[in-house]
Write a protein that binds this ligand. Structure first.
Ligand code: F0G
Length: 447
């Protein structure tokens, strides 16, 4: 990890650029195409190095201090856990900022989850506390702000549901038309209803997420709509703040492990960029190990990791964690870099492991959607393998809210016969106090 500030940032005061991660071609910060015109590679943002008002470099404790003062409060992103880090996200955003606000999500600890995983130091970063119920809002506030800056008339994405819900909400706020492509029958009910009610034009594609992503990319380049999938580099700039915020919450004491669910690999890439930049700027003095967890039925990245990333795989994805039901992750290359730089691991968790973890997370009152539980399932696996010790400090990210997927909750708690472990069947009674008494008596025998 040799990169210093000069390698990762533009000079102080220079405009940001978009730079191809594969061939190093450089573009202005306002071009609207999603990929490199020279080689088709993905672009990344190179911001100017953070500086104070007099143009002196801000690093280490001085930069930390600006975050503590909440620079975001000066801007339209008042109270935002993304725009607090404006100097590292989008220093030129100015009045274009479109913020709900978002971020400022809690770091939780729960004894039942420590017991379940075997990790006493487990902390949960709950991104389901964002305004539309997932971490996507952190990327979308940046992406839609960029759409406002370049005066896009319409924004579009392919989605397994959370990105579309978030795009719909932020596009509505900005007054820009939103167009989303979702795979038929594979989007959880809560996400679909959010997308419709926030007003995005919703196309249900007869195909899977990977088909939707191909289609939206073709449509974006032909029809001139601004693409807001996580291949859009501004999305990742916003998502970096999950890591910056959790580090700030830990008073910049780096945890031993950061664990997150992985699908299209945008978030894994954003975490890698955040850590690279935080290290170069002296915000942190070491790196955590980065653990990406895929669903076993949608684990091309884990398969590739197991072969030292010598081959990039595509699979036909199949998992009940629909958020991460993705067979051909777009951000593969930059996620490889993130895993390599942070002594990372890529795991897979079966649907049974994911559901078992979800039931425990839900029953603590914390709750999350199925894909999110992959991170906790991953922590449990690594404790069992002896990779994580009981006393290690581990932050597992929960990416989405429990109400995102009411269908799976109905299956667990009301429909599946025989009731699965953790099922909490409702009890139908007559409107009669004696019926209530019978239930109360049975509770006494249980506890
Ligand atoms: N967790 C949740 C709840 C998600 O919605 C997603 C991705 C991920 C994890 C994986 O993140 O793709 O950056 O690796 N959802 C996208 C969507 C694909 O369309 O909402 P990733």
């Amino acid at each position: 990890m040799a990169s210093g500030v000069e390698q990762l940032f533009q000079p102080i005061g220079a405009p940001a650029i978009q730079r191809c991660a594969d061939c190093s071609s450089e573009y202005s910060e306002t071009i609207s195409t999603a990929v490199c015109a020279a080689c088709g590679g993905l672009l990344e943002i190179r911001n100017p190095a953070p500086a104070d008002a007099s143009g002196s470099a801000l690093t280490g404790v001085n930069l930390r201090r600006t975050f503590a003062q909440d620079l975001g409060a000066r801007t339209l992103g008042r109270g935002s856990g993304v725009w607090r880090y404006e100097s590292m996200v989008m220093p030129g955003a100015g009045s274009a900022i479109t913020s709900h606000p978002e971020g400022n999500t809690p770091l939780l600890s729960r004894a039942a989850l420590a017991r379940y995983t075997g990790c006493d130091g487990l902390l949960i970063k709950h991104e389901g506390h964002n305004p539309t119920g997932s971490f996507k809002d952190r990327g979308m506030t940046a992406g839609v702000t960029q759409a406002v800056r370049i005066q896009a008339s319409a924004v579009a994405c392919a989605s397994t549901g959370n990105t579309s819900a978030s795009l719909a909400a932020y596009a509505a706020q900005a007054g820009i038309a939103g167009l989303v492509f979702v795979p038929s029958g594979q989007v959880a009910l809560g996400k679909m209803m959010q997308t419709l009610s926030y007003g995005a034009r919703t196309l249900i594609v007869r195909g899977d997420f990977d088909d939707c992503l191909r289609l939206v990319q073709e449509s974006a380049s032909e029809l001139g709509v601004y693409l807001l999938n996580s291949i859009n580099p501004y999305r990742l700039e916003g998502q970096k703040t999950i890591v910056l915020e959790l580090l700030q919450q830990l008073e910049w004491e780096v945890p031993d492990f950061i664990v997150l669910p992985a699908g299209n690999l945008g978030n894994t890439s954003a975490f890698g960029k955040a850590l690279r930049e935080a290290f170069a700027l002296g915000l942190i003095n070491k790196l955590p190990r980065l653990i990406a967890v895929q669903a076993a039925g949608a684990a091309p990245f884990a398969k590739s990791f197991n072969e030292q990333f010598t081959t990039r795989y595509k699979v036909k994805a199949d998992t009940l964690a629909t958020a991460i039901k993705i067979g051909d992750p777009a951000s593969h290359n930059r996620a490889v870099q993130a895993i390599r730089e942070n002594n990372g691991l890529v795991l897979s968790a079966t649907d049974q492991e994911i559901l078992a973890a979800k039931v425990v997370i839900d029953a603590t009152g914390v709750g999350c959607e199925p894909a999110s539980a992959a991170s906790v399932a991953g922590v449990r696996q690594l404790v069992q393998q002896g990779v994580i010790n009981a006393t290690d400090r581990v932050v597992a990210v929960l990416t989405g809210h429990v109400l995102k997927d009411p269908g799976i909750l109905a299956r667990i708690h009301q429909e599946t016969e025989p009731p699965p472990a953790g099922a909490n069947r409702p009890i139908e009674i007559d409107a009669d106090v004696r019926a209530v008494a019978r239930v109360i008596n049975s509770l006494r025998t249980i506890h």
